[in-house]
Write a new protein. Sequence first.
Length: 531
Amino acid sequence: MANIKADEITKILREQIENYQQTLAVDEVGSVISVGDGIARVHGLDKCMAGEMLAFPNDVFGIALNLEEDQVGVVLLGDYTKIEEGDIVKRTNKIMSVPVGDAMLGRVVDALGNPVDDKGPIQTDKRNALERLAPGVIDRQPVREPVQTGIKSIDAMIPIGRGQRELIIGDRQTGKTAIILDTIINQRGGDMICIYCAIGQKRSTIAQIVKILTDNGAMEHSIVVAASASESASMQYIAPFAACAIGEYFRDTKRHAVCFYDDLSKHAQAYREISLLLRRPPGREAFPGDVFFLHSRLLERAAKLNDELGAGSLTALPVIETQAGDISAYIPTNVISITDGQIYLEADLFNSGVRPAVNVGLSVSRVGGNAQIKAMRQVAGTLRLDLAQYRDLAAFAQFGTEQLDKATQAQLARGQRLVEILKQDQYQPLPVEKQVLIIYAAANRYLEDLEVSQCRQFELEMYPFIETNYGGLLKSIREKKAFDDEIRAEAKKALDAFKETFRASHPAKAEADAGAKKEASAAAKPAPAAH
């Protein structure tokens, strides 16, 4: 009998154990208890994380929102009609994320980051989590650099800075999206990347917005995240978080991005729908108790990072639609309290032809002059006050201006001309140096002897005249960003010269009226009576 040596057996066994490869894969799985209205209740996922992505059959994914003792409430993304009771659900151990990167530029994507513009797949391997903690206090620096919207009334009186959160609020059809489109178009050739997030809008409207941006050459620096009205509440709920995650990629790579959320009223409604289906207790107006936290954790991610982190910025411009001008409703007051100011658009102003219909009294930027170039601060310093005083006087003056003293009449006339030059056509944003020049002209009484109806014409003819004859002036304002004595003297000279040519080509209306009256009275003289 062969001798069996214990150490040989031990050696063989050790080798066998070392070379043993376990091919068993452990998946934590649960099963669907019930499904309906885009919500699934799942049993058996005890170690599931909040916000985790769960895999259902037929390539449907869901986000775990409610973690209860015996079940998990999951919001389904995609076609939930394919899910049945008893289906197997697997954990992915990943928090919900979206693809990010430079490949996204110029594309239209859905809330999951999948392209919906028929331009093929997006080539990127980078992903950002939908929900991330906002940068802390130490990681930030104050808002100082301007985001030029190209809209005179906003850049002059309600300036927006990089890293700020400025709310655009107003009734339906008052020009909220128009302000966003002008701002995106104005970033052409600049260093600002624009992310437009459409929540709960008609597909035709989103297609129209993409066409306007493409026609104006603004799509190269833009990304559109679309969750249309026909998509589920869950897609509308995650859309702004996806847009924010895409924007954070640019912020964290030392660049500048701006996110437009159009609009957060529909976002809150989508969240209310999900919350009620998950049987969370309703609060005021049937919104869940954490609807404030929903928007604050989204908007707080907008920041200007400090120099150690690369000094990138993410600016947020959320939109809220009010009902009949009621800015004291639940969602509007919530978002007003989260943001650093608001641009309030008024239906009455819009209907009376003041467009953009910005109500200067109710609009405010809590960053103020810090977010303006020095030249704009110098010329627009008293503009708000002048318009506020004009508004108060106009309320009195509607009872008749005959009894008013000269100073009051002059103030009224000045206010009317200021309102006139702050009007602006759509899709025609103005570079800041031209804005500074026209506001300087208005502040220094170049418009006072013109008719109110001639002010727009004066502005339209002024730009080409100055570009042709005094091109260096605009260049100096753009480069120096401040009004010094030299620029002031040059501006005065240019405006005086233009005023002469304008007067010559447009005779004062009063003179023309006087001539017409003379002719009319001569024609109306009665013929001598026949004897």
